[in-house]
Design a protein around this ligand. Structure first.
Ligand code: V47
Length: 380
């Protein structure tokens, strides 16, 4: 006789502390700081993944989101000299570049097809470029590619532009929005704890300023993402603290769309003596993020950063998004990433299908994108 198996695998663990966490997850209750530490501390990755998958499927079923996007990095000149970074250069250093506006428009257009729905635009903190350059960049892109969503400038860049332009952060955001910025990416958050920030990025805005800039962006109607850079000198307490601060701000504004944990890539950075993250940590970070950030709609496994193979597994451990075609990633490749610099739509779909999920092409605001041979439509 063939026994019919229950559709759901049973929860099993050899770590007794996880039963209390399971109780809260199944009841839809919020996890606390101690739960976060327990999740990071346990070796039972399958049990943590089981829990994260419950939440992921409750929110999104089998859907796995991706988009068709292009990265654009107008300059790598940066005054910050963060130890974590292999991308930024001093103004006169070999390899430093700054695109003239025309060059930026041409770069955006290269490899561009009607299929692209998003430009992801970030760069260094350039000491001389005037604010007007950035406004012209955005309005020029908007004019040339009116149907493309402009996800531009991290909170760190916005705060720096405000300082250079001698404007308030709110006014800076308002002018960027008026020029055509549609939303903000999640970079620059790193780890909020001062102790860690002093080591990895001591010239950047501090954690409170990052959060305040995000708050202001949300208040004026710009959605944003949030990131966390892990796998360097932070500890579990720092990671949980970071997640709880994001969760508290999300309770207040509801302006975050997606959380993206970013694995530190040490090559060519001032921290290159540190080891790379392991697959185990990458997967666990996705799962813990899904469980702790109960008010974030999406958790992204950024395939460029974690490799397509791990990103695919992450779709079963809490992630519901793998980012996009990307086209020309620079920040991770300067830091030794060996992933391809972009991927075709069909390859993303295959990755998702092989993980047992349903590919769902989205625009930046998670609206469905439908394509025919000749047109692309975003349902609004
Ligand atoms: O802010 C820099 C990180 C971020 C390194 O919002 C590094 O959709 C690892 O924020 N090793 C930029 N990480 C990337 C980013 C991002 C990526 C994909 C999607 C979205 C989104 C945002 O990359 C930086 C910093 O945290 N970073 N250098 C490095 N060596």
């Amino acid at each position: 006789m063939i026994e019919v198996m229950a559709a759901q695998h049973p929860f099993q663990t050899d770590d007794a502390r996880l039963f209390a966490v399971r109780g809260r997850v199944m009841a839809g209750e919020r996890l606390n700081q101690q739960d976060g530490l327990t999740l990071y501390g346990t070796g039972d990755i399958l049990a943590v993944g089981w829990l994260a998958n419950q939440v992921r499927e409750r929110l999104h079923g089998d859907r796995a989101y991706f988009n068709v996007n292009r990265h654009l990095n107008p300059t790598n000149v940066c005054v910050a000299a963060c130890r974590l970074c292999a991308f930024g250069r001093k103004k006169d250093s070999p390899g430093a570049y700054t695109m003239a506006l025309e060059e930026a428009f041409q770069t955006a257009a290269s490899g561009y097809t009607e299929a692209v729905t998003e430009f992801h635009i970030v760069g260094g903190l350039h000491p001389d470029l005037p604010f007007q350059y950035f406004l012209d960049l955005i309005s020029g892109l908007k004019r040339r590619f009116p149907q493309v969503h402009l996800k531009a400038f991290t909170m760190v860049e916005v705060a720096y532009l405000a300082k250079r332009a001698k404007l308030s952060v709110r006014e800076t955001l308002q002018q960027l929005k008026a020029a055509g910025v549609d939303s903000l990416p999640g970079g620059g958050a790193e780890i909020f704890a001062d102790r860690v920030r002093h080591i990895i990025c001591d010239h950047k805005i501090d954690g409170d300023q990052w959060l305040e800039t995000a708050r202001l962006a949300h208040q004026i109607g710009l959605k944003s993402n949030a990131t966390m850079l892990y796998g360097h000198v932070e500890n579990d307490e720092d990671r949980v603290d970071h997640l709880l601060k994001l969760r508290a701000l999300q309770d207040e504004t509801g302006g975050f769309q997606t959380f993206i944990p970013l694995a530190f890539h040490p090559e060519n950075t001032a921290l290159q003596h540190l080891p790379k993250t392991t697959g185990m940590l990458d997967i666990k970070q996705i799962a813990v993020s899904r469980l702790m950030l109960d008010n974030f709609p999406h958790i992204k496994a950024y395939w460029q950063m974690m490799t397509a193979k791990i990103a695919q597994i992450a779709l079963r451990f809490g992630a519901d998004d793998i980012d996009g075609t990307v086209i020309e990633e620079k920040i991770y490749h300067d830091a030794g990433a060996t992933t391809p610099q972009g991927m075709r739509r069909q390859d993303l779909e295959r990755l998702i299908r092989e993980a047992g999920r349903e590919p769902f092409e989205r625009d930046t605001l998670y609206r469905p994108v439908t394509r025919t041979e000749t047109s692309v439509t975003v349902a609004v």
